[in-house]
Design a protein around this ligand. Sequence first.
Ligand code: ADP
Ligand code: MG
Length: 397
Amino acid sequence: MSDQLFTKLIDETKALFHEKYGESPSVLVAAPGRVNLIGEHTDYNGGYVFPMAIERYTVIAAKPTSADVATIYSHNTGETAPFAISGEIKPADKVRWTSYVQGTIACALEKGAKVGGFNAVINSSVPLGGGLSSSASLEVAVATLMEALSGVKFGKTEKPLLCQKAEHVFAKMACGIMDQFISALGEKDRAMLLDCRSQEPKMIPLEDPEVSVLITNSNVKHQLTGSEYPERRASCEEAAHRLGVSLLRDVSFDTLMANRAKLLDDQHGDRLFKRARHAIGEDVRTLAMADALVKGEWRVVGEQMYASHDSLRDDYEVSCREIDILVEIARKIGFDGGVIGSRITGGGFGGCTVSLVRTDKVDEISERYIREYKAQTGIDATIFSTRAAQGARVLQE
Ligand code: ADP
Ligand code: MG
């Protein structure tokens, strides 16, 4: 099923290239989106994240030309733009889709991937702005295209890091390393336990055919004031400072509890303590989930997911009513009904939940999520199931 969707996406991209440029592409690359199974808001605390690549991809078809610029069409935005491939390339003032592409080209050139002019078509099955990292899949696809066109092969972590830099500098988004690492280095039937401080990924098998990953979009995105994320980061930094470390990653749960009083004051109440309890507890849960996955202890896996959700809802306060409703539906169906575990995934305040479910129950559970969510919120959720997919690759060169 998923292979068919991928083949269809590739064929469609080739056809679009032909329509647009009147010939066949010579190079084809793909890079996947991702979902984070657990380990939320841990990256900037130097902790662990646990993403996997999903069967949704950004595909790029390309062919060299004799021009001195690249011409790239995005089927998703319906726009074509010229891109500089030499000289000094500066970020534009206004961030647009072209910023991600130009940024990655600039950062790849900086790393020695010299290319001539080319025509390209971008076509993605990762929903844009849906919390599944269409941005990183676009960057990693562009970096992979630059490798294929230039013949330069980036180092294993060099590629995701140059993509992250493109997102920082050109898209002006201070993201962590997770999205680019998993899109570049994901493996089929493996999730990635990533230590955000050492930047070392460890692949963990997620290969039981009886278990599938269900991604449910609440189709809600709450308006933020802009202070939500900075407050949480600042709270974590302040808590770390009071506990005598530079990153909360270095505080054990026991140390946190023994030093609780240091985090309580009139100004913050127990907010610093709660933020720290999430960040520190989430690392413990992430490692516990990876361990339980290896052992096939599915009930333990599920417990970590629900505990993560509760912590994000109560201590980190980044969930919302709609997402909580989805997770409660999952809990009600329960382990015996085929749901192993479920939680909010992504930054919060809307977006998606991720659930591990029994493969033979995918349709039944999806139908029930949609029906009960609609009854309680009036909103249509969108759902798809996926298995852990392979990271970026050259399909043709
Ligand atoms: P997410 O990464 O969760 O999907 P972001 O806001 O980080 O959401 O990135 C979405 C942005 O990335 C889009 O608004 C667009 O500018 C850019 N983008 C992603 N995929 C494509 C694509 N296929 N074509 C053009 N732009 C894209
Ligand atoms: Mg993004």
